[in-house]
Design a protein around this ligand. Structure first.
Ligand SMILES: [Zn+2]
Length: 312
């Protein structure tokens, strides 16, 4: 098998380089009353950051990219809208499937990140015939947490740096896998959602499969409920999920605090606009787009991949 290795040097730095670039001058002014040490530190971090990004970019020259339209018969601009009745039917089946396959096994984050990365690498290699090796490092904190309080994790697509913002419970394999798809070089959210789901399902590992199905269920319920907070929680309570699973789904939509609430409204709008500028459909690609993708793939008449992968 063809193999390539993306160095992802920035992900091995002890601190997020982006954070140092952004804060070192300010921090040193506050602490030392001088800007020079901070500027030097910031310049050094910027040099490392840029160096790492260039190395990654060079190593991606021989990468074989997945053509989503060819492989799955579906891509950002060719999604068929899933009817609401089909969504509701799928939600009921997902709930049953998740109750039957429930596992309370948890894998510590560091070990989990390695396993997830292996499953993702193998899945993508099955599609392209090429193994793209990337770093399995994840951070607990970057400043992005303050800017994107509604996110569970982020990937800086330039450096490949990934941070998870909280314990994401049964969703953790999916959250990590989603960010790792970005790290491999895929920028679009629909692609990250789809490849993460398909790779985790293909692993056959109950912990991974549970996470993928939980994400699919969560996104379906979110689409049906729309912006209605109460409708979301009522839907979760109405599908006879095991208590442990229902609790995880409820926790994804807590009452937002004043800071998160107001920042989220502004940042979500900006983020939505940015996604559109980059040729995506907007924030809806995380839920509506993702579920439409599986729906479209399942019915596709022209795709290279086996369509049963969209079933569960
Ligand atoms: Zn993403």
């Amino acid at each position: 098998m063809d193999e390539i290795r993306i160095p992802n040097d920035a992900t091995y730095a002890p601190f997020s380089l982006t954070d140092i670039i952004a804060t070192a001058p300010l921090a040193s002014r506050l602490i030392l009353g001088a800007t020079l040490p901070g500027r030097l530190l910031s310049a050094a971090a910027l040099g490392m950051y840029a160096g790492s990004a260039v190395k990654d970019w060079v190593s991606r020259r021989d990468m074989v990219w997945i053509d989503f339209q060819v492989e799955f018969g579906a891509d950002v601009k060719t999604l068929m809208p899933m009817p609401e009745a089909a969504r509701r039917e799928e939600v009921a089946r997902l709930a049953k499937r998740m109750n039957d396959g429930f596992t309370d096994e948890r894998i510590p984050r560091e070990a989990l990140a390695k396993v997830v990365n292996e499953h993702l690498t193998e899945y993508m290699a099955g599609v392209t015939g090429q193994r793209v090796h990337t770093s399995s490092e994840v951070r607990d904190f970057t400043l992005a947490k303050l800017v994107f309080p509604f996110a569970m994790g982020v990937c800086d697509v330039i450096s490949g740096d990934v941070a998870l913002f909280r314990d994401t419970g049964i969703f953790e394999p999916h959250v990590i896998c989603h960010e790792f798809v970005h790290r491999k070089g895929y920028i679009k959210e629909l692609h990250a959602q789809a490849l993460s789901y398909l790779a985790l399902m293909a692993s056959g590992d109950p912990v991974m499969v549970q996470s993928a199905l939980a994400e699919r269920l969560h996104r379906q319920i979110k689409v049906i409920a729309g912006e209605d907070h109460q409708a979301y929680h009522d839907l979760v309570d109405g599908i006879e999920l095991r208590g442990e699973l229902a609790e995880e789904l409820h926790m994804l939509r807590p009452e937002a605090g004043a800071y998160e609430g107001s920042v989220s409204v502004v940042m979500k709008k900006l983020y939505d606009e940015r996604m559109k500028l980059m040729g995506q459909n907007g924030l809806s690609d995380y839920d509506e787009g993702f579920t439409n993708f599986l729906y479209t793939f399942k019915q596709s008449r022209k795709c290279r991949q086996e369509r049963w992968q969209a079933e569960f």
